[in-house]
Design a protein around this ligand. Structure first.
Ligand SMILES: Cc1cc2nc3c(=O)[nH]c(=O)nc-3n(C[C@H](O)[C@H](O)[C@H](O)COP(=O)(O)O)c2cc1C
Length: 405
């Protein structure tokens, strides 16, 4: 369980390239010309950075192989495709003939971005949801026990084959596992209808302590978007948080092949020519990456969100509620995928709330977030935007099942 190496120091960020982008903006079409005219000089970098084959090769194979194995190992292959913070993939599985145990990998953390372990446990809840859907799709019932061993806090869940097992809300959720991706590109101005939002809300059925608060109306949306931008500014202004984000950014194809985790240029939702050009330019610095991310948050992510959703719980510190919230989040993402909707997690506000709490700094975000939620007795656990995508999202890398069991 602990044998899996953590991310190398100073390596990669959940977000956001780059000085490349600044160059791109300044060079405009010139960059495309360089791309063609300089083919000889740039040939190696073209090859090295996966310009010609985005989303291809071993780090991406789990996306096409997840259905093949009818055994419980095949269910783990579905679980590892779940959303998870910064693509840190903080999980370990133990499989027997009739059980799958899910553990948190203590070596895989995002540091000051998640000082209270909230996102990690929410991400493990996302993986648990995929796992249950995949076990059920294999013809078994599944019974889930959360935190089955109080003496082992990292033992998050045990799934036992059972009959009849947990009800699965919608068989199409399983089918969407391989198509679900984080889409950080622009969304169109088409609204997400109330019927769709009601359907996504209903996915929480049976869990009264976990609900979704939606922000589809322009004024509320603008207020929440403004708070997300303010939190982003605070993160990039906090050296430790900025460094911890940058450590998860994989800026070269070599690093993607080596680590098979983290955030990549392919995952930033860029237009194809911009993406190809960005890959040919020198790797980004942390400061340029932060500037790019802040700009994208302002001009793309918040500017084109058709609606926001916030998973709310009665106790955001409770690991059980975090796991259940993660399961709901993953369900919503899968159901959105099945309906042609794009989704991007946007957790800057809670990252600042937890950072302020953990350092004893004045709490500048918690009350503002509570005010926007306007649900006394409820706390925001995880935030996302939703909408119809301008272009499809690209694949993110995954470590193989053999590395996480
Ligand atoms: C709890 C949690 C928090 C996340 N926070 C963010 C975020 O703040 N910004 C973002 O762009 N993506 C965020 N993500 C998305 C992950 O970065 C993404 O799931 C991961 O990189 C894998 O990519 P994929 O979803 O395309 O498979 C979050 C995911 C989870 C589960």
């Amino acid at each position: 369980m602990t044998g899996i190496p953590g991310p190398p120091a100073g390596h990669a960020s959940d977000r956001h390239p780059l000085s490349r982008r600044v160059l791109l903006r300044r060079t405009g079409l010139g960059a495309a010309t360089v791309l063609v005219a300089g083919a000889g000089v740039l040939g190696y970098r073209t090859f090295d950075n996966g310009v010609l084959d985005p989303g291809a090769g071993q780090p991406y194979e789990p996306w096409s192989q997840w259905r093949g194995d009818p055994s419980l190992l095949g269910a783990v292959a579905a679980a590892i495709l779940a959303a998870n913070p910064h693509n840190s993939q903080p999980w370990v599985f133990r499989v027997t003939q009739s059980t799958v145990d899910l553990y948190a990998d203590p070596a895989r953390t995002t540091g000051t971005l998640d000082p209270l372990g909230r996102e990690k446990q929410v991400g493990l809840g996302c993986a648990l949801e995929n796992l249950v859907l995949a076990i059920t799709a294999r013809g078994h019932g599944a019974t889930v026990t959360l935190l089955p061993d109080p003496g082992v806090p990292g033992h998050m869940a045990r799934v036992t084959l059972a009959s009849p097992g947990e009800p699965v809300p919608d068989a199409s959720l399983y089918e969407a596992i391989g198509d679900r991706h984080s889409n950080r590109g622009p969304y169109t101005d088409q609204p997400v209808g109330p019927g769709i939002i009601a359907g996504l809300t209903a996915l929480a059925a049976g869990r009264p302590e976990v609900t979704t608060r939606w922000f589809p109306a322009p004024a509320e949306k603008a207020a929440l978007g403004g708070l997300i931008v303010a939190a982003t500014e605070a993160i990039v202004g906090d050296r430790r948080q900025s460094e911890d984000a940058f450590a998860w950014f994989r800026s070269s194809r070599d690093d993607i092949d080596r680590y098979r985790d983290g955030l990549t240029l392919d995952g930033q939702g860029l237009a194809p020519l911009t993406l190809a050009t960005a890959k040919l330019l020198p790797a980004t610095s942390r400061g340029a990456g932060d500037a790019f991310w802040l700009e994208q948050t302002r001009t793309v992510h918040t500017a084109t969100a058709a609606a926001y959703g916030v998973i709310t719980v009665t106790d955001a510190d409770d690991p059980v509620q975090r796991l259940r919230g993660g399961r709901l989040l993953q369900r919503i993402h899968l159901a959105a995928t099945a309906r042609g909707l794009a989704l991007q997690h946007m957790n800057q506000i809670t990252e600042r709330i937890d950072r302020e709490r953990s350092t004893g700094a004045a709490a500048t975000f918690a009350a503002r977030f509570d005010d926007l939620l306007a649900r006394p007795g409820w706390r925001g656990l995880a935030t996302f935007r939703i909408g119809y995508p301008v272009r499809p999202a690209r694949l993110s890398p995954r470590r193989p099942v053999s590395e996480v069991i």
